[in-house]
Design a protein around this ligand. Structure first.
Ligand SMILES: Nc1ncnc2c1ncn2[C@@H]1O[C@H](COP(=O)(O)OP(=O)(O)O)[C@@H](O)[C@H]1O
Ligand SMILES: [Mg+2]
Length: 371
């Protein structure tokens, strides 16, 4: 299996591949990329360079991705000569927020009220912003972990952000929602269309980046079922082979789709220790045409906390916390950078969270807010 990209997702895919005896070849921009240490082989090159993609294709039977910052037309060309899962058509939902919003509205999926700005029409922007209590301005392409997403509280600020983002492409302007919570559904689909779903998790973001996930999600059955129904509809629209993560907003108006990722996702890292089959293993099984594994949980609670660069970490101190599983992505330290995560599987969520935060704080993450 070839992977375009060699970050932490490819790194963890390679760990799962190794266990199953699948050779994983990663397309890395540098041999220092996180996945080079765990992959069977590395091809050095750029995801938007034809020769690099051809080098990767020559070494593998099927190609997948660990990020969506790819050139979709090149990916489409590649898909003529080798299976590419998820398909470029599916990836487009994740890589182009404008396309995703348009297609989901057309399919009847509930999404935040929004305005798609290709060419700026100041009157339309003003009218939209004035109808909202604050807006969230999003670059349609190129963003991740809150980069390319900014909140504006008035029309002047919104316009400045739109102008800035619009220089690089279309912009999605959304109503700023009062969120009751954020959640993520995770679904894996094989090449024959069979799918499995992991249970919903609650996600806690800080500065637009996922800080923590919690299982169970703490919702009543009817609310959780409604979320899964919406996620199923989204999955049928995206039609992706492999793992699909569906980020959902819970609001007083019910469930709304935030966005999708057509690959393993931060909100599914808990599945490595917390589920019968991890998202990485099932993603590989799906793209390699192998039977999917069960997505049941192995315990009644699972807490995952990201390690985001704040201060130097101490592995000994982290591993001294009972039940802590450490995942270090092998990245150079940089303040605010996602460097790893910690998972604790347990009987009760609060107990698991306390230990997961203790482990992550020992590894140098931003301290858990106590408020
Ligand atoms: N319309 C909105 N209202 C309120 N908060 C939002 C809205 N859109 C995004 N956010 C917040 O910003 C975070 C990042 O936005 P998202 O669109 O998921 O971008 P990214 O691609 O960076 O993950 C979300 O997880 C949520 O916390
Ligand atoms: Mg997001």
């Amino acid at each position: 299996v070839g992977v375009i990209g060699a970050g932490q997702l490819a790194r963890m895919m390679a760990e799962a591949a190794s266990a199953m005896g699948i050779e994983l070849v990663v397309l890395a921009t540098s041999v220092d990329d996180g996945a080079c240490a765990t992959a069977s082989r590395t091809v050095v090159g750029q995801p938007d360079d034809v020769a690099s993609l051809e080098n990767l294709a020559a070494a593998v039977d099927v190609i997948t991705l660990d990020h969506e910052l790819v050139d979709l037309s090149l990916l489409g060309e590649l898909a003529k000569s080798i299976p590419v899962y998820p398909s470029p058509t599916a990836v487009r939902f994740a890589s182009h927020k404008d396309h995703q919003r348009r297609a989901m509205v057309a399919a009847g999926v509930a999404v935040p009220r929004h305005l798609i700005v290709d060419v700026i029409d100041p009157a339309a922007v003003r009218a939209f912003c004035e109808s909202c209590d604050g807006v969230v301005v999003k670059a349609a392409t190129g963003g991740y972990d809150g980069r390319g997403v900014a909140v504006a509280h008035n029309v002047v600020d919104a316009m400045a952000l739109i102008v800035e983002f619009n220089a690089r492409g279309p912009v999605v302007v959304e109503e700023r929602l009062e969120l009751l919570g954020e959640f993520a559904a995770l679904i894996v689909t094989d090449t024959e269309g069979h799918h499995e779903r992991w249970p919903l998790v609650r996600t806690i973001q800080r500065d637009g980046m996922c800080a923590e996930t919690q299982f169970p999600a703490g919702l009543d059955t009817a609310t959780e079922l409604a979320a899964m129904e919406l996620a199923d509809l989204v999955a049928s629209v995206v039609n992706a082979v492999g793992v699909l993560a569906v980020e959902l907003f819970l609001t007083s108006r019910g469930w709304l789709l935030n966005e999708v990722a057509t690959r393993p996702h931060n909100s599914g890292h808990w599945t490595i220790e917390g589920a019968t089959t991890s998202q990485f293993e099932n993603h590989l099984r799906a793209v390699a045409g192998l039977p999917l594994g069960a997505t049941t949980t192995v315990a009644s609670a699972v807490a995952m906390v990201n390690v985001v660069g704040h201060q130097p970490g101490d592995l000994t101190a982290a591993l001294a916390v009972p039940g802590v599983h450490v995942h270090d992505y092998g990245k150079a330290y940089r303040a605010g950078r996602k460097l790893g995560h910690v998972t604790v599987v347990g009987d009760d969520l609060e107990g698991a969270r306390v230990r997961a935060w203790k482990g992550a704080e020992a590894l140098g993450t931003f301290p858990k807010e106590t408020s």
